[in-house]
Write a protein that binds this ligand. Structure first.
Ligand code: FES
Length: 150
């Protein structure tokens, strides 16, 4: 099975039902995507699959042929991440860090859309993410600053 992970072509030699989250964390040591619920509910394992936010815990090896996977490790060096990282830092939205990768991945994806969504739509689209430690206030303020109403 061939796919691209963070711009590098990878040949996967594992069982077809092996989960992408395990491949990333255990085989490739890309630990930015976190294990949480592991049933597609919490968003802790967020990656981009062909550019779309996707829960890595729900992607099996057999689904990866020819696909492009991007993880937070690659996004960190992407200039598009800067406004999102600055907004989260400036608004106190970084919390403990466990959820930060998925928040950044989600908000960069939304911020890069043309036209970008308005504040309420962005907040609704980001609501599939659960945050455990300090609540939603800082993240909500970051969304407000990134997605002003038209
Ligand atoms: Fe994948 Fe929760 S660990 S959605």
């Amino acid at each position: 099975m061939r796919c691209t992970i963070n711009s590098e072509e990878i040949v996967l030699r594992c069982a077809p039902e092996h989960r992408l989250l395990s491949i990333l964390r255990e085989d490739l040591r890309l630990t930015g995507a976190k294990p949480g619920c592991e049933i597609g509910r919490c968003g802790a394992c967020m990656i981009w699959l062909d550019g779309a936010p996707t829960n890595a815990c729900l992607v099996m090896t057999y689904q990866l042929e020819g696909r492009k996977v991007t993880t937070i490790e690659a996004v960190a060096a992407d200039a598009r991440s800067l406004p999102v990282r600055e907004a989260l830092a400036g608004c106190g939205g970084l919390q403990c860090g466990y959820c930060t990768a998925r928040v950044v991945m989600t908000l960069i994806h939304l911020h890069g859309q043309t036209p970008p969504p308005g504040r309420e739509e962005a907040a609704a689209l980001a609501c599939g993410n659960l945050y455990r430690c300090t609540g939603y206030g800082g993240i909500a303020r970051a969304i407000d600053s990134l997605f002003p109403e038209a």
